[in-house]
Design a protein around this ligand. Structure first.
Ligand SMILES: CC(C)(COP(=O)(O)OP(=O)(O)OC[C@H]1O[C@@H](n2cnc3c(N)ncnc32)[C@H](O)[C@@H]1OP(=O)(O)O)[C@@H](O)C(=O)NCCC(=O)NCCS
Length: 137
């Protein structure tokens, strides 16, 4: 608990391809430990099987994806997708289970909203359910 509250040691940066393995593990862990509370086991297993580093890299080409790091480790991630007609979507928000509830999700959303504003996006959607999107990570 005390360690996580030292937020100054958590920093934000743009996702890079070498991060894919770690981001994949972070998403799998979050799906397994957090989302499994709301979704059937079969759904979680299906999603976990598809969160490969290769898939993360592939999807990142069309996303503005960021990572939050503590020391050398990635503890959270989130992405923004610019769509046609000045629309955007915030998606793939995953906070490491032990880091949830400390404002990191809010911090990521705030940053991604700012990026969208700078790109003149007028309408933003927030992906809130694993069922809602064909592109999950
Ligand atoms: C949902 C998630 C991204 C929130 O991130 P977080 O860092 O834990 O959230 P924060 O601490 O920044 O909280 C921000 C606000 O959201 C609220 N909140 C956080 N998780 C919530 C939940 N599961 N249900 C309802 N409200 C929630 C907090 O109470 C807070 O509101 P407040 O400031 O008015 O009290 C995180 O719990 C997570 O990774 N969940 C699993 C993955 C997931 O479902 N992602 C979303 C779909 S892509």
């Amino acid at each position: 608990m005390e360690k996580i509250q030292e937020k100054s040691i958590i920093s934000m940066r743009r996702f890079q391809e070498p991060d894919a393995g770690e981001v994949s593990e972070l998403i799998k862990k979050t799906l397994t430990e957090t989302n499994s509370k709301n979704y059937p086991k079969a759904v979680i297993s299906h999603l976990v099987a598809h969160v490969t580093p290769k898939q993360i890299v592939k999807l990142s080409h069309s996303l503005y994806r960021i990572v939050l790091t503590e020391g050398d480790g990635i503890v959270a991630t989130g992405a923004y997708e610019k769509k046609l007609f000045r629309r955007g979507m915030i998606k793939a928000l995953y906070i490491m289970p032990t880091y949830q509830g400390y404002g990191l999700g809010r911090q990521i959303v705030k940053h991604l909203e700012q990026i969208a504003r700078e790109e003149n996006v007028r309408t933003m959607k927030l992906e809130a359910s694993l069922w809602c999107s064909g592109v999950l990570y």
